[in-house]
Ligand binder design. Structure first.
Ligand SMILES: Cc1cc2nc3c(=O)[nH]c(=O)nc-3n(C[C@H](O)[C@H](O)[C@H](O)COP(=O)(O)O)c2cc1C
Length: 307
């Protein structure tokens, strides 16, 4: 797998997935781990958590995080078994965020100049999706340290929770129209699989520079098992239990387009399989759930892989 060279010269090889490293500056525990020297985020391109134009309450509550985020083992068991034999996560975060407007004001003051950050944005309303994306993208282009924009193709307000092919296309166009010099990454969900024949040619025409992969709806991974987050429709599954479906999705994308793919990884085996799938095509590896559960592992993986 060759690294992805974005049109602004930035190179993508190892990335931290959206949601794993807070708003691009790290969660509080990342800051402690950085201070202790246990993690080095400068080795990665960091995708900030997703922001919608205006604040969104979502489902997550700081005083009861377990209600919307659970560690799970390979069988989808949560609780003690999920924590001890953790292989991934179920989350129904619901894109809780303080709004892109606030982030746009704060990020330049808080950003670590050594970090390479990609902004992640998603529409919230059902009526003016492209407008929201265009307005936020227009502001992001003025942010130093931001190397690109990731359009998150999920929208918790919509039934099914994902943007359809037309919405993804119009939001990508709006983003490119308002921030033409910013490389654009589009994040798709395995639930987009039936729409790929419509989505991929459109993304290629628009000049999308990479595709990343979101968590998988609980019912697709564990059709016969009740989700610990059933109150929120089951949530999304990430990490090892979701890998089989993610790899099927990845191979469909690889077979249908030459847009580079960013592969999610939980362990070294995932990195190996992703490299096999990509062959000599450009691609990158992203660390999501593993960064949240074992923040020190990704740095070890990339040292083992030779940097
Ligand atoms: C707690 C949590 C929060 C997340 N928040 C976001 C988010 O804000 N935006 C986004 O695009 N993806 C978000 N994701 C999805 C991850 O970025 C990633 O796509 C997903 O976890 C799949 O990768 P993995 O299997 O390596 O974990 C989140 C995932 C988790 C577990």
């Amino acid at each position: 797998m060759r690294e992805i060279k974005l049109s602004n010269g930035h190179k993508l090889r190892w990335t931290v997935a959206s949601g794993a490293f807070g708003p691009g500056t790290g969660w509080w525990w990342d800051k402690v781990l950085m201070w202790l020297g246990f993690i080095d985020p400068t080795a990665f391109t960091i995708v900030a958590k997703t922001f919608t134009e205006w604040p969104r309450r979502g489902n997550f509550r700081w005083w009861a995080p377990w209600k919307t985020i659970q560690f799970i083992n390979e069988f989808g068991d949560s609780g003690v078994r999920g924590f001890l034999f953790c292989q991934g996560m179920a989350n129904a975060f619901g894109l809780r965020n303080g709004g892109a407007r606030k982030w746009l004001g704060e990020f330049p003051k808080k950003a670590n100049p050594k970090f390479s950050v990609i902004a992640s944005i998603s529409p919230d309303s059902e009526t003016d999706m492209a407008g929201e994306i265009g307005r936020v993208a227009h502001e992001i282009r003025y942010l130093k340290h931001v190397k690109g924009i990731e359009l998150n193709g999920s929208c918790p307000n919509k039934r099914g929770g994902i943007l359809d092919a037309c919405e993804i296309t119009s939001c990508s166009e709006a983003c490119k129209g308002e921030a033409p010099e910013m490389p654009l990454i589009v994040k798709l969900s395995v639930a987009h699989q039936p729409m790929l024949p419509n989505i991929l040619p459109a993304l290629r025409n628009i000049g999308v520079e990479a595709i990343s992969i979101n968590s998988v709806p609980w019912k697709m991974v564990f059709p016969k098992k009740e989700s610990p987050l059933k109150k929120y429709g089951g949530g999304g599954v990430s990490g090892k239990p979701a890998r089989k479906l993610m790899w099927e999705f990845a191979s469909r994308i690889l077979a249908s387009t030459d847009i580079p793919l960013i592969f999610p990884a939980w362990d070294f085996q995932d990195i190996f399989e992703a490299k096999l799938m990509a062959g000599d095509r450009p691609g990158a590896i992203s660390f999501g759930s593993v960064w949240l559960r074992h923040p020190t592992w990704p740095n070890k993986f990339i040292r083992q892989a030779g940097g």
